[in-house]
Design a binder for this molecule. Structure first.
Ligand code: PMT
Length: 394
């Protein structure tokens, strides 16, 4: 059954952004009900929302169609999430103080589900200690917040007050809806390619987009883990709530990960780390006057192998394997040689698996067994991997 999200829209220029968000939530198969404050209707017409949700948009508390049903109580009874996006300073103040003076605030007060607020307002209104006090009060009552971002605001001021990006809103909605099976767990994930310079303009790299690693980081966050993401250069947006360490080379990745390793409960090496780097990086661009050039490549440290050497009792180490032949046999050898608990072996030669795409096909190898996972999104595979890892701990 699809999850039910009640979205409350309040009076803000950012109200128009809620339209796209609602459309995307419906495409993701959520059951979306919408309530608007009176002032939100000055920014967008409820009909616009109604044509997306195909349901009535509620504004007036007394606009109950059926006298047997009290809408503001009834609608939130089976809701999985109540999200106020965007939330004005005025509505935040009302919600913090338990006001119930319109459909949205009454339903919020009546709701017992998880609640999420994404503020949007002028920077000075946001920074005002009264607003901050109201936000703090709501946080103390277990309301989740998606922080506004900095930028040029509608009023012309520059500062923090813009509604968070849709990607972050979707991530926090997912977080709010996901059971916290990884609560209190520290998880380190490596992602993306590394780049090994040849000269100031050229480098050696591979085709990793980072999608698999970032999907793991987002899923681990949604499951409640304290996530550290060490990533090579990618075009992906940094997930909302991870400790992010950008690196470029395999050596930088090694030096970033090793000191962090002892405090991790789970480490997943999904990065495609370069096995070799240049002995010397030319100071100037190498001229193409010769027919060929020699590059002296030296072997990089195998980070997974080094992590296996210092693995603590109760720590779980998961590597990936990318092989173009004898995948399972080679993956098994990696499992043993690198002292891992799990290897996720990509079926690189099958369409829909491996680099770049949004999907993957893998065999997951442990010391106990091999499990096959057919074509699925990297996002859902990330949840499968994390579920297996957490079950290993028990
Ligand atoms: O980023 P995407 O486009 O989404 O693609 C995902 C992926 C295919 C890159 C990913 O799923 C993947 O397979 N990553 C590991 C790629 C790799 O380097 O495989 P490998 O078989 O060469 O290495 C085995 C393991 O050792 C890996 O966990 C790797 O991170 C680790 N390793 C490798 C070399 C090295 N110097 N240090 C390491 O730690």
């Amino acid at each position: 059954m699809s999850k039910k999200i009640v979205i409350g829209i309040t009076g803000s220029i950012a109200a128009f952004k809620a339209v796209q968000l609602i459309s995307d939530l419906i495409k993701k198969d959520f059951h979306v009900e919408v309530m608007m404050s009176e002032s939100a209707t000055k920014f967008i017409n409820p009909i616009c929302i109604q044509s997306l949700t195909k349901r009535k948009v509620y504004v007036d508390t007394f606009d109950d169609e059926n006298p047997a049903i009290i809408t503001h109580i009834d609608i939130v009874k089976d809701a999985d999430l109540f999200a106020v996006i965007p939330a004005s300073a005025h509505t935040i103040a009302k919600l913090a103080n338990g006001f119930a003076d319109n459909m949205l605030t009454s339903a919020f007060l009546a709701a017992t589900c998880t609640k999420l607020i994404a503020p949007a307002m002028n920077v000075h209104m946001y920074k005002n200690s009264l607003t901050q006090r109201n936000i703090q009060l709501l946080k103390e009552h277990h309301v989740l917040f998606v922080e506004p971002i900095s930028g040029l605001l509608a009023c012309g001021d520059i500062g923090k007050g813009k509604l968070a990006d849709e990607e972050d809103l979707l991530e926090m909605i997912q977080y709010a809806l996901t059971p916290k099976i990884l609560k209190n767990k520290n998880i380190l994930i490596s992602a993306g390619p590394t780049q090994e310079s040849i000269d100031p303009v050229r480098y050696i790299t591979n085709h990793s987009s980072g999608k698999m690693g970032y999907a793991l980081a987002k899923a681990a966050f949604c499951l409640g883990a304290n996530v550290t993401l060490v990533s090579g250069p990618t075009h992906l947006k940094v997930p909302y709530s991870v400790h992010f360490h950008p690196i470029t080379t395999a050596s930088q990745m090694y030096h970033t990960i090793m000191p962090l390793a002892p405090t991790q409960d789970i480490i997943i090496m999904s990065a495609a780390v370069a096995d070799y780097s240049c002995e010397e990086i030319a100071d100037e661009k190498i001229k193409k006057s010769e027919n060929y050039i020699h590059l002296q490549l030296n072997k990089n440290k195998d980070i997974l192998f080094e992590l296996g050497k210092i693995k603590k009792e109760n720590q779980i180490l998961c590597g990936f394997a990318m092989e173009t032949n004898n995948l399972i046999q080679n993956a098994f050898e990696k499992l043993k040689k690198k002292n891992c608990d799990m290897i996720v072996a990509n079926h690189l030669k099958t369409q829909g698996a491996g680099f770049q795409g949004d999907t993957n096909i893998v065999s997951i190898i442990t010391h106990k067994d091999i499990k096959e996972y057919g074509l699925q999104s990297k996002e859902s595979l990330a949840y499968e991997i994390l579920n297996l890892l957490i079950n290993m701990e028990e």
